[in-house]
Design a protein around this ligand. Structure first.
Ligand code: TXA
Ligand code: MG
Length: 321
């Protein structure tokens, strides 16, 4: 499936496919989504078939906050405040669902994830379609999320009816997910919108759910890079390991951001910006590029342990679906 340039005609075509219950991959500011009509359980079922997974709660993308109550049973004041401040944008809110929301969309849960994406192509598509579009990231289960249309084509081939090419994603890591379905708001997945920003708007505490806590650095199985062993380590360890591995004749790739590492003589060294907001848009395409080189090991420089890097640390520390 070749990505299609975005024109009025390709948007109309994509809308028609969605209405017929087909899958359409589309750009968002975070990553590309694999979309289906969220009101059509058969269409949503095709997402699971294409991704190779089942029973995974999906985010319903909507054109504006005015559509929240098409999907959510109760809309807390907190949700309205966050929507006002951060939508369109990389924030997903988990709310109690309306009974009509298909359980295929929510993984059988009583809650639904909602987001208004900030990408102009996504918004054009949503406005023209009118309803909600259920969409996970447009990668095969366990792989790296796609941040360019070509990545989607490589991941999904012909299991998607249309891929809209909106260019590279500007944010590059998946949305922040905040659970507002009961009690104290909780971040289920860190993203570009930080806990401090959320707290400032809500004027309440915002918890970090245990699963989003940063794990101790060290060896990790990068489930989204199954062919290449990847290690996350501080700069000094990385330099020492590079010497060791190269002495053993291993082919290595390095993903780094600090100046001292840029000096290492390594054929496959990708140096990303040392600013998290500039690093994020390059993260997945860099991992993908290194993963395609059939290397023995990828060494990734451990980012600082602070809020600005929370999304990157989360993605580097755990496999994402
Ligand atoms: O930035 C994003 O959020 C991208 C773009 C396409 O919008 N989408 C994305 O979808 O990352 P996905 O399926 O790869 O990740 C969605 C996450 C999952 O971890 C899922 O568990 C969580 O959202 N989620 C969705 N609905 C939920 C619900 N009702 N309760 C709890 N978690 C939910
Ligand atoms: Mg995903």
């Amino acid at each position: 499936m070749n990505p299609k340039p975005v024109t009025e005609e390709s948007i109309r075509y994509a809308v028609e496919l969605l209405r017929q219950g087909q899958l359409v991959a589309f750009p968002t500011e975070t990553v590309y989504g694999l979309g289906a009509d969220a009101a059509n359980p058969d269409a949503v079922g095709k997402i699971f078939a294409a991704k190779g997974l089942a029973d995974h709660p999906l985010i319903v993308h909507i054109a504006s906050a005015a559509q929240i109550d098409d999907w959510a049973e109760t809309v807390p004041e907190a949700a309205l405040r966050l929507a006002e401040r951060f939508w369109p944008g990389p924030l997903t809110m988990i709310l109690n669902k309306k009974s009509a929301v298909p359980s295929a969309v929510t993984g059988g849960q009583d809650t639904v994830g909602l987001r208004v994406p900030a990408n102009p192509v996504a918004l054009q598509l949503l406005q023209a379609f009118g309803g909600g579009i259920a969409a996970p990231s447009a990668n095969r289960f366990g792989h790296i999320s796609p941040t360019q249309a070509q990545h989607v084509a490589e991941e999904l081939g012909d299991s998607v009816a249309c891929i809209l090419d909106g260019g590279p994603c500007s944010v590059g890591v998946e949305s922040t997910i905040i659970d507002l379905s009961d009690g104290i708001p909780a971040i289920l997945r860190p993203g570009r919108i930080t806990r401090s920003q959320l707290k400032a708007v809500l004027q309440t505490d915002v918890r970090l759910s245990p699963q989003s806590k940063i794990r101790a650095p060290g060896m990790m199985a990068v489930h989204y890079a199954p062919n290449t062993m990847a290690l996350l380590c501080p700069a000094d360890t990385l330099i020492a390991m590079t010497d060791d591995l190269c002495a053993q004749g291993k082919h290595i790739g390095i993903l780094a951001f600090s100046a001292e590492i840029a000096e290492i003589p390594c054929l496959h060294l990708l140096r990303l910006p040392a600013d998290a907001e500039l690093y994020e848009p390059a993260l997945y395409s860099s991992l993908r590029a290194l993963d395609n080189l059939q290397l023995d090991t990828i060494l990734i420089e451990q980012p600082p342990d602070n809020e600005a890097w929370a999304a990157v640390n989360d993605r580097l520390n755990k496999a994402t679906v």
